[in-house]
Every structure is written in structure tokens, then in C-alpha cells.
Design a protein around this ligand. Sequence first.
Ligand SMILES: O=P(O)(O)OC[C@H]1O[C@H](O)[C@H](O)[C@@H](O)[C@@H]1O
Length: 645
Amino acid sequence: MASLSLRLAATMPSVGPGKTMSVMSTTESGGCSGGREAGVRHLVQNGHFSVPAAVQVTRSAMSSIPVSGSSSTSPLRAVSSKISAEMSTAPSTEEPELETDPIVLWNRYVNWLYQDKDLGLYLDVSRIGFSDEFYEAMLPRFEDAFKHMKELEGGSIANPDEGRMVGHYWLRKPEIAPTPYLQKLILDTFDRVQKFADDVISAKIKPPPTPVGRFTQVLSVGIGGSALGPQFVAEALAPDNPPLKLRFIDNTDPAGIDHQIAQLGPELSSTLVLVISKSGGTPETRNGLLEVQKAFRDAGLDFSKQGVAITQEGSLLDNTAKIEGWLARFPMFDWVGGRTSEMSAVGLLPAALQGIDIRGMLDGAAIMDESTRNTTVKQNPAALLALCWYWATGGVGAKDMVVLPYKDSLLLFSRYLQQLVMESLGKEFDLDGNKVNQGISVYGNKGSTDQHAYIQQLREGVPNFFATFIEVLRDRPPGHDWELEPGVTCGDYLFGMLQGTRAALYQNKRQSITLTVEEVDPRTVGAMVALYERAVGLYASIVNINAYHQPGVEAGKKAAAEVLALQKRVLSVLNDASCKNPVEALTVEEIAKRCQVPKQVEMVYKIISHMAANDRAVFAEGNCGTPKSATVYTGECVVEDLYDE
Ligand SMILES: O=P(O)(O)OC[C@H]1O[C@H](O)[C@H](O)[C@@H](O)[C@@H]1O
């Protein structure tokens, strides 16, 4: 058996008061193919932001791969026909017969067009085929939904499963918050965010002495709602040359983290690090923080002089920032969900640091909120969206929502909506405890680019979707446009592609909604966020679910914690085997048995494969591809068992 030679890496510097991180590195990388020298990398780490008892893993943002929303299995039909029975004109999940006469369609377009003159925003629902009878039949449900929404804004416990209020609308109209204390908290937080950003941009607040003498970069560490809103807004509104360039660590992928830090290079010394986590305990964010703090240590920098926390008061993260004396801390509130936090410090601070007009964002959202308080469905754009979603998906998620902004800067809107829509609506039970498996799947990127990727399927393939086009009328700032051929500009092509795709889909009975804005500016973006937050809330009422909790995410976190706990046991068993003389090479079955989990042999094998690929275990015989016959051993015996539970 190959003798194992290991070099102990120098003991890493302390990661907290009196704590050390010990790492054993290998002389050569091991690997799935096994047979090479390897070692065990023992990582013991315990800082302020200490390892929570059960390491929690949150599900990353949904991938953009569509999740098939429709199925013609009889249970779905049963549900759909149940709904149909409730409403004589209930929607079908089959392709509806759609109006085709152009003049009739033109009149429908005019009759149903929603326009907000102040915002320069229009909503066209004419290519969703709901009937007048359906509209009338839905009005009582909307009446209830409007009532629930009014109570919610009044401070009711609108998130009953978590016993919480739902207050993201108060962020743009503090005077409606239920107590003077909350009103003041919202106003003060906004003022602090704006002032802090202004002081950073003006270099009144700066990093420890650096050649450039001011902050030049922002590194945001956060995931889910603590990243998706800031990412969408940065892409939509950041100027070409922002006062500070914003980048993100939004996952626990070491290579991704290394890439961001490598791109910062020496500018790490002038980087402001925002650590964003409402709960303050999300493991990916905690890992990102620890990795960034290590990079600061390795560069001889004092992280506390460049770190900012945005989290709930008293959270693990908040206490860490307080104890370590970080540059600033901003509050997150338990009555603002992660997926509706863009108008809180979570979204406003990153935006303001890029020089974006956050007052404009809030104003746009407030104007839209006023419009979506209208209790006449036809005059309420959010209610119109909810009506269309219900008709198109049968109220059971039978079709997917394909989001197609024909504007590069709105590329990330669909990713933002994936969390807002799917984490709000994707629920197993309704408010009465009935098993409903609700939801609407969301995907899309941008047009016309997506026409060269999957529009083929949308036009002619499985009809399991409805499209939402987002049209931006202004192509370029005034005076900056030119004709690339007589009478035609580049933006004309974009316009033509949108209209052509909308028509081509409709001709083949594919329904669509079109949201039109005059340009992408802070007010418009704020209004779009507010529009969809309200539409999701109204739709959830109509299908009788709680839009404001996320129980399903806990399952993933718990399972991940169990994998990590098993990994420790596997490494402990491998370590013990290494202390035998001669070193024992164990089969995967034997390792599972010694971990007292003989039935979890496959998970043990997965763990071994990951360890071997990262030089922390090695295949004595066989390899990843021969799980039954492979035998595994590991590095030098480590006297102190670092994997005690
Ligand atoms: O902001 P944090 O507390 O770190 O949570 C980040 C994310 O974690 C979970 O995935 C939740 O389901 C999301 O709603 C939340 O946005």
C-alpha cells in the first residue's frame, strides 16, 4: 500500500479569541481515481460566528431550468374539474380556443388595457383568453383578497404559520405602519442608509489607509432574498461607471468565492463588505463571511474596518458584528420576508452605494402600491395579473410563467421572480390544511436572446406555459440613437422581435401578458417590484395559501445538516482506520457499518467520492466508478479525534 507522506501545513492564524484552525495539507492531490498520496484535511474552526449546532443549508435560488408545471394526470384533472365545477366558466389546462379576429382583439386590447400615466406603465392582458363570465365569477374571491390585503397592511398576523405581521408595504409608506415606533424605525433606517452611502461615496467614511484613499468596491455576501433583489437592481439600474462596483458572493462554492476575491485583488483593501442575512444564521452566508475574513487576514487587513452587517437585531451575525466592532450595522425586520426585502436596507444599501436613486425606487413602489389598493379588479394591475395567472394555470399551477424582458438590463428579473413567486406560492398545504401542492413555476431570461434558445418549444412544443413580455419603449437616451439601415434602428429590431414573438405565440394559441414601461429607471423598477409583490399576495389569497412562510426550505436544511454530520462520522472512522498498523483500507459497506448507518451506504459512498476528489481520502483499490469493490483509506493517523460529535 502506498506509504503516505503528509506535510502538516503551518498552523493557521487564530480565527477567534484563542481558537485555531488546523489544516493538514497533502503533498499531492488525491482524486476519485485514487491510488495517489492523500491526506486528511482537518478543519476545526470556531469563531464568533460559530458553527451552529445543526449546520443549516438553504436551497439556492431555483435554477432557470423550467420545472414542468403541467401534467394531465387524473389527480390534476380532478382538481381542475373541481375548480371548474365551482365556476361555470373555470379555466381549462388545455389550450383554450382564443379569439383570432384582429378587430375583436384590438377592441379587447383597448378595453382591458391598464395604464398608469404617472409611472408610464401599461399592462396588456388581452392575449390571456379569460371570458367576461370568468371575470365576473372571480370578483367575490377578489373581494376577499382585497379585504385580507387591507388587514395585512393594517398589521394583522398575515403570516399565521410564523405568527408574524407582513410589513414590506410599510417600507415605502411608513405612516401606515401599525405603531409610531415602527414608523420611526423605518424612517430612521432609510435616513441612516442614505447617509452612510453618501459618506462612503464622498470618502467621508473610508477604509484604513490605502493608495486610493476611499472605498472603490462593494462585496455583498448573502443568498436568496439577501442577494436576488440587490442583483436584479444592480443589473437594472447601476450606472456604467458606478462610484463603487458591486459584486456578489451568493453561494458556498469555494471556487466561486475564490473567483470573486481574486477579481478584487489588491482592491480588497478598498472593498466594503456587506454581509446580508435576515436570520443571521444562513450557513452559506456564514461560510462566505468566514472565507472573506480569511482573505482579509491573509492580506494583513482588519476586516472589522470594512465590514457592514444587515441583519435582525440580536442575530448571530448582529452579535458577531457588534463584538468585532464592524464599521456599521443596519436592521432587518422580522415582518419583512427575504423575498420582499428589496425596499429594506437589504436592497437599498447596495443600490445607494452604486449611486442609484433609492428614494426614486421607494416612490415608484409607493405609487404602484396605491394603484394596487384599488378594489376594482379592472383598475388594479396586480389583480389583473392574479386573474390572468389563475385563468392560465387553472389555479393549480398547470402552466409555467415564462418571463421575457426585451431589455438586457432586466435580465435578472426572472431570477428575482423565481424566488418571489415560487417561494411564496409553492406550498404543500392551504390555509385550511388541505394538501394542494400549489405554485407557479417561473423561468426566462431576456428577449430577443431567448428566441435563439427555447422559443422553438414555446411556439410549437408542449403548451405548458404562458408568457409575460416586458416591453421598454425607450431604446436609448434622447439624441443617442441612429439608423443602422434606412429608417430602422437597433431598437426597432428589438421591438419587432417582441411583437413578432407575441403574435407568433398567440397564433399558435400560446397566451401572454405584456407589461410595458417607458424606460428602466428607479421609479419603474420600484413599481415593478411592488406590482409583483402585490400580485403574489392577491393570488395567494385567491388560492387560499400563506404566501409569507417557507416551510419547505427547512427540509432541505435539515437533510443537509444530516449529510454533514454523517461526513464527520465517516472521516472519524477513516481516521481510526489510519491509526491501525498496518493502515486499514475499508470498503464503503464496512465504513457505513462502522458509522452505524449500514443502510446509508450510498450516501457514505457519495461522501467518500467527494473526500477523494478533494484529497481527503483515497481509494486504495478501485475508484468512484466501482463503489462495490472499492476500498478506501486516508491520511496519517491524527491522534486527537477532530470529529467528535
Ligand atoms: O436572509 P437570510 O436569513 O440569510 O435567508 C436567505 C434565504 O434563506 C432561505 O432560503 C429562505 O427560504 C429565503 O426566503 C431567504 O431569502
